[in-house]
Design a protein around this ligand. Structure first.
Ligand code: COA
Length: 246
């Protein structure tokens, strides 16, 4: 997600909903989420080389907070720190590895700290060699399915007005903010069930950018969603559980 999303204040309404109980499980207690081709596991300092290699690719970093590559591993470690203890208690972030080789091909997760729309927010990036093979969609489907299985508490939340019918009770949602020119990422969200609900211009404050940028807001409602679990002996796959939607 990019820095420009912080510029505009969105009108909020108060809703009663549910959300994963805070603090979230720490990285040390999280198990990997397994899909057909991916191992999605909590990020640790040992992953810095793999994450740094991705953070050196301008095509990938264009859509991040600073909009440019990391100069050195210290910068990469600092950005990873946003998802490591003690910040892991409010984020559910991961490195995304190929199950076949263990290679780190991406990072991504859900933050309950960055609440531009009030709802927890998803973010992800993949190295460019991995693009176009369905990995981001496979990752995001698994992540959100797992998210719905976390223990929940009732909560009162100020959320962006356009995402709900009005104040009162509302189904829990996840959100995303995307640069309108980032068609691939919008496709990933759509394939995962997210729906666009808002477009707006903001000054583009990313390094090396000027003028305005058109941003797109997406939400995914928990209504009708099912939790998933990793199963299978020959290779882990995700199958629906009979768990009721949250
Ligand atoms: C966006 C990103 C995550 C997509 O990863 P990916 O693994 O290639 O995604 P998938 O293969 O699962 O799906 C991409 C979809 O977008 C489509 N797509 C990609 N670029 C496109 C373009 N320029 N125009 C139209 N469709 C495009 C693909 O065809 C595919 O859709 P399809 O399955 O219907 O054919 C990856 O490109 C990336 O890391 N980009 C840089 C960081 C970023 O933008 N992160 C998201 C913002 S937070």
């Amino acid at each position: 997600m990019s820095a420009q999303q912080k510029v505009q204040e969105h009108e909020k309404v108060k809703v009663k909903t549910v959300s994963p109980t805070q603090p979230l499980p720490p990285n040390s207690e999280r198990k990997a989420i397994l899909t057909e081709r991916l191992i999605i596991r909590p990020v640790s300092e040992d992953d810095v080389d793999g994450v740094h290699a991705i953070h050196r690719q301008p095509e990938v970093m264009k859509y991040t907070l600073r909009g440019r590559i990391d100069d050195n591993k210290e910068m990469t470690l600092a950005s990873m720190g946003r998802f490591m203890p003690p910040n892991d208690l409010h984020t559910y972030s991961n490195v995304i590895c190929l199950a076949s080789t263990g290679e780190i091909i991406g990072t991504g997760g859900i933050s309950t700290a960055d609440r531009t729309f009030g709802w927890p927010e998803v973010g992800y990036l993949f190295n460019k060699e991995a693009w176009g093979q369905g990995y981001a969609t496979e990752f995001l489907k698994a992540l959100v399915s797992f998210w719905w299985t976390l223990p929940r508490s009732e909560i009162e939340l100020g959320v962006v007005a356009e995402s709900v019918d009005g104040p009162g009770e509302a189904p829990e949602m996840l959100s995303a903010i995307i640069d309108a020119s980032n068609i691939g990422s919008q496709r990933v969200l759509q394939k995962t069930g997210f729906q666009e609900f808002k477009r707006w211009f903001e000054p583009d404050i990313r390094e090396g950018h000027s003028g305005d940028v058109l941003l797109v807001g997406f939400v995914l409602s928990s209504a009708g969603q099912e939790g998933y679990r990793a199963v299978g002996s020959g290779g882990p796959v995700l199958e629906p559980t009979d768990q009721a939607p949250v």
